[in-house]
Design a protein around this ligand. Sequence first.
Ligand SMILES: Cc1cc2nc3c(=O)[nH]c(=O)nc-3n(C[C@H](O)[C@H](O)[C@H](O)COP(=O)(O)OP(=O)(O)OC[C@H]3O[C@@H](n4cnc5c(N)ncnc54)[C@H](O)[C@@H]3O)c2cc1C
Length: 194
Amino acid sequence: MNISILDTDGSSFDFTSRYAINSAGLEAEKIARMTGIDDPQYKTWFWKGEYFALLNGKHKLINRLVYPVPEPNTTGLGIHTTPDLAGRQKLEPNTIFLEDGKIDYSVDPAHAKEFYQKASRFLPFLEPGDLASDQAGIRPKLQKPGDPARDFIILEEEKRGFPGLVNLIGIESPGLTAALSIGNYVRSLLKKYD
Ligand SMILES: Cc1cc2nc3c(=O)[nH]c(=O)nc-3n(C[C@H](O)[C@H](O)[C@H](O)COP(=O)(O)OP(=O)(O)OC[C@H]3O[C@@H](n4cnc5c(N)ncnc54)[C@H](O)[C@@H]3O)c2cc1C
């Protein structure tokens, strides 16, 4: 297939390839549309997840991931603890629907209260002043509020006239955990073009 790339500096280049793998995360729906595939099933909704770091030495009291029991109809795993590579502990993440679809990585310090209420059920030593706003991430979900859970879309688009193009849409959690399996699956979809 022929592929044209427009770079951020305005320059462009073209090339041909047997394969093209669209794994552009939040932008994957948009890139699929650029090829001419405008499938309503590919509609993704943005959901922010905020993180709060544990202060006052409380991170030293936990040395692993701690998860709550999942709630019914949950949109995430629930607020849980995760150690980071710097040895800190973070409480993460909540799920905030970004109705306008705008990418916004701000963290609202007022949400510390919700994190405290949820996490103090399984971290009894936690006090309200132990939390500091940290980072945020955005998930590309295939559901808006109230929709049932949907699996990732991983599709080779031969039937729509794009042999060798694989679209990966809505790769939210557990996309990272599943990365090797997803990679193997994509490889298997493309084997026929070797
Ligand atoms: C708050 C939060 C918590 C999460 N927790 C977990 C968890 O506990 N476990 C888990 O397994 N997963 C978790 N995930 C999900 C995980 O991060 C994703 O599933 C994973 O990152 C998806 O990988 P990807 O390569 O498909 O997309 P991404 O990681 O989003 O990568 C897409 C890449 O494409 C690039 N890109 C986009 N558009 C263009 C363009 N036009 N041109 C060039 N490059 C472009 C982007 O810059 C980016 O580098 C979480 C996500 C969030 C937001």
